[in-house]
Design a protein around this ligand. Sequence first.
Ligand code: 13P
Ligand code: SF4
Length: 369
Amino acid sequence: MSMLDVLANHHTVMMPDEYKHRFVEEMRERVSDIKRAYGEKLFIPGHHYQKDEVIQFADVTGDSLQLAQLATDNQKAEYIVFCGVHFMAETADMLSKQHQQVLLPDMRAGCSMADMANKKQTDRAWEHLTSLFGETILPLTYVNSTAEIKAFVGRHGGSTVTSSNAKKVLEWAFTRKERILFLPDQHLGRNTAFDLGVPLEQMAVWDQIEETLITDQPLDHIKVILWKGHCSVHEKFTMKNIEETRKRDLDIQILVHPECTHEVVRASDLSGSTKFIIDTIEQAPAGSKWAIGTEMNLVKRIKGRHSDKHIESLNPDMCPCLTMNRIDLPHLLWTLESIEKGEPVGSIQVHEDITKEALLALNNMLHLK
Ligand code: 13P
Ligand code: SF4
């Protein structure tokens, strides 16, 4: 479901205003008490981009791949209060068991990239692309996509990918078909295919608004078709940021997320998922200097944990991911109190027909060891 669909749904309940006026200390105590009372019946996964005020209560933190795996592994929790964005909660719902209920503390916590591909657009694209390339295409989708898009991919034999396993999944895809359609993030698709040796000329872009394939190459040269989507947070890291950082400090190393543009990733020293970024800094020697190109909450947290290293954001004017930030302490408490009252709010329930096909794509990814 896209965020527009979620917000158009009249049953979407918003947090009452009184939560905005509660004292922070009191809210923290209430969250701790409820967590203690529910024990293993309540599970709170938190994505690395969540605010500290939420992360402090997460039972586990992780990147998208780890959180998907945890949703499959946890059998005990009755309630999974997912601190992340809508597509992650949908994935958790599809991978969890029948007796488990997934709740998202704020229904407005979407992902603008995930909303750049919808069912109608993918159906049209598939019709057009298969008329050009026949049966030679395998679709892959970044997990940052709606359950409907995952179902489209599952239906056509493809797989989901995350930023930590994209290379492995693309390699698998090329053993099955000649071409890949990569949704919805053109940058992760381009960066990964390039790392695997596919030259830029062999990649075309599908413009889902104009319904055209952008390339100046003969069609039989095309190996990868990139959906024209992007992350508005990561596109804000630019070549100018890299040039200024390097000019200011020759020793600094630049580490970015692969949702950044291809030129930024190529001009950086290293790139990888949020887990890769965290691990790299953990293993770096004291005194080393890093400019990091990813979401602000994570950069700040890494900086706070490593006072022996110099850490800065690659873009000093960077904003956090606004949708991730919608989950805050009041929304977390509101959700936990709704469980206590026996009237859980923010329930994420993907339709069973969509779940069935989307699971084909998710399982293709999860079974690739
Ligand atoms: P990770 O899979 O690296 O955690 O990234 C998720 C995401 O949304 C990055 O913008
Ligand atoms: Fe989506 Fe970008 Fe936010 Fe990640 S950082 S959740 S891709 S908008």
